[in-house]
Design a protein around this ligand. Sequence first.
Ligand code: ARG
Length: 301
Amino acid sequence: MTIELALPDVVAPGRTATPCTFLMCPPTYFDVVYAINPWMDLGVPVDTARAVAQWEALRATYERHGHTVHVVEPEPGLPDMVYAANGGLVVGGRALAPRFLHPERHAEGPAYARWFDAAARAGVLGADGVSLGQAEELNEGEGDILLVGDLLLAGTGFRTSRAAHAELDRRLRLAEQGITVVSLELVDPRYYHLDTALTVLDAAAGLVAYLPEAFSRESLDTLRDLFPDAILADPDDAAALGLNAVSDGRHVYLNAAATGMHAKLRERGFEPVPVEIDEILKGGGSVKCCTLVLRPSREAP
Ligand code: ARG
């Protein structure tokens, strides 16, 4: 007689996926026609059709995992509009559109603001959702601003200004929502946006991954204090844009080529979901850059 023992699952500490709502923009007009970060090389041709196919696959991957994807209409002449993370920040249904540093991207601010206006009217931002228009200060949206539980990590150094951090606090009424802003200074031009140097893996548990070398001494001390359990990425992980990832708390969607990061995630019980994204990478952005998280206002009980 054989006795079958049901062994508890000791490998993964039971990570739970939470359904998310995202905003994405198809790379219909994606190209590299100017260079505003070290990844953009005018000598390397872009295959826009291939970028569209990779983007469609990413969107389908999200939907297959139960997430909702809203789409903003791309505009001709705005080749970087595919990087929807830069399209703003939405917390508690309050949506603030960005103000870009580089003139090449200026027109994206109003384009995203128009989408938020329509979304607020349609109830997509929740019953109390409101579109606040464009930021007054230099603010590149979720490219530089990441919410981890009740902390809003706000990058500065290359694009988003410190004044923008204060503006977010005020206009998104963060204190009222129990959220504290933590400014972090980026120092490596390759990791010019916070979302290229830090990933939120489990917002509720306060678990993040980051590249220590991308931050100033002082900001690194802050990160060590706030996140003693963080996954520390190495330069190869970051160079594959392995930190430019989206997590639903269990699945982590990231560049298929960032294999070192896949291993580190598995060790902590996450399920990496590899995505082919090399064409879109030519503009200096990966999975997270293509994905803005929409956090609608809570419905009245
Ligand atoms: N070419 C774009 C820029 O330099 C890439 C933006 C990437 N987006 C991001 N969220 N990191 O502005």
